[in-house]
Design a protein around this ligand. Structure first.
Ligand SMILES: NC(=O)c1ccc[n+]([C@@H]2O[C@H](COP(=O)([O-])OP(=O)(O)OC[C@H]3O[C@@H](n4cnc5c(N)ncnc54)[C@H](O)[C@@H]3O)[C@@H](O)[C@H]2O)c1
Length: 314
């Protein structure tokens, strides 16, 4: 049985990955500073080390007997990263430096890294291939690009098998206690508005898309989590170094998401059109062939399953 370190395992995505790594037969050590994570979300069968990835000594100790690392611990709010860029460089880039140093010190040679579609910024074409230019539009996206480069560069200098997973729009929940507490993602934003008796907003209905609203590639967090296990299997099995999009390859517009929410809650949510937000590209959909071929994985769950599981877990 192999033992894996999961940073950020008390978070929204990490708590799903922790369960799936355990279910794959691995032992799991979660390292999390609980800055946004929730202790109760860490499965009882996993060991929890409460520490920051910036604490290289603590990471080194947590790596004892570990064969691979899934690195999710990071700050992730785009707007906050514009206001506090140094916080993002310290946590995300400093965190990666500390983690890679500790892995180098003890000789851990497998890594699955949590990257983001934010690395592409506003690409000229959609669906977006992994070979599209990396042109992030925020300090957050920049730290994700730098993280990918750091892993790639270290792998040139020493044995390291790695996969960077570029997540598209993560949604849904694998259990009712594992919902997305983020205030920045569309589906939680809609439920929050409904809970307050407000009308959910559609930011922009004059985009060059079929219904005029923005199109995104929503992926169920359980499908995303399964991609991590497939990536962990791959880096354990052979030496690789690859960045992969993780999405469904199918876009949904904001209006289609509102329709799915209306269907799930059993009434028209009465979404209102308001002006565009700055910096929202019209369409961001992943090309997913590379992940399918490399990992033997593909997303299975529908938009309705994302919305209904998010509703149950709100
Ligand atoms: N949720 C999304 O839509 C999305 C999309 C693309 C990429 N990502 C990436 O996925 C990862 C996880 O995101 P999430 O949505 O689960 O967010 P989250 O905030 O729920 O989880 C992040 C976890 O990392 C922990 N953490 C943060 N800084 C830490 C540090 N310095 N040391 C130790 N632990 C630390 C937090 O306590 C939390 O448990 C992040 O790297 C994020 O950039 C998320």
């Amino acid at each position: 049985m192999s033992r894996w370190l999961l940073t950020g395992g008390a978070g929204y995505i990490g708590s799903h990955v922790a369960r799936d790594l355990l279910a794959s037969g691995r032992e799991v050590v979660v390292l999390d500073d609980l800055s946004t994570g929730i202790r109760e979300r860490v499965p009882v069968d996993a060991e929890l080390v409460v520490a920051s990835v910036l604490d290289t000594d603590a990471v080194r100790r947590a790596l004892d007997g570990v064969s691979g690392v899934v690195h999710l611990a990071a700050k992730k709010a785009v707007g906050e990263s514009v206001e506090q860029p140094l916080l993002y460089y310290r946590e995300n880039v400093g965190g990666m430096t500390s983690l890679l140093q500790a892995m180098d010190d003890v000789g851990t040679a497998c890594m699955v890294y949590s990257s983001s579609a934010a690395v592409y910024g506003e690409p000229a074409w959609s669906p977006i291939s992994e070979d599209s230019p990396l042109q992030p539009l925020s300090p957050y996206g920049e730290t994700k690009v730098i993280g990918e480069w750091m892993v790639r560069d270290v792998a040139v200098a020493r044995p390291l098998s790695w996969v960077s997973l570029r997540y598209f729009n993560v949604a849904g929940a694998g259990a009712i206690n594992l919902g997305d507490p983020s205030v920045n993602n569309l589906i939680p934003m809609v439920f929050r508005a409904l809970d307050r008796g407000e009308s959910p907003q559609i930011f922009g209905t004059d985009y060059p898309t079929l219904d005029g609203s923005c199109i995104r590639d929503y992926i169920h967090v359980s499908d995303l989590s399964a991609a991590h296990v497939a990536a962990a299997d791959l880096v354990e099995r052979e030496v690789v170094g690859v960045a992969l999009n993780v999405g469904t390859g199918v876009g949904a517009s904001v209006i289609e998401v509102m329709d799915a929410v209306s269907e799930v809650v059993g009434r028209d949510v009465g979404a209102v059109a308001v002006g565009r937000r700055a910096g929202d590209p019209p369409e961001l959909v992943a090309q997913v062939m590379r992940a399918q071929e490399t990992l033997g994985w593909s997303a299975r769950r529908s938009l309705t399953e994302m919305v209904s599981s998010a509703y149950a877990a709100r």
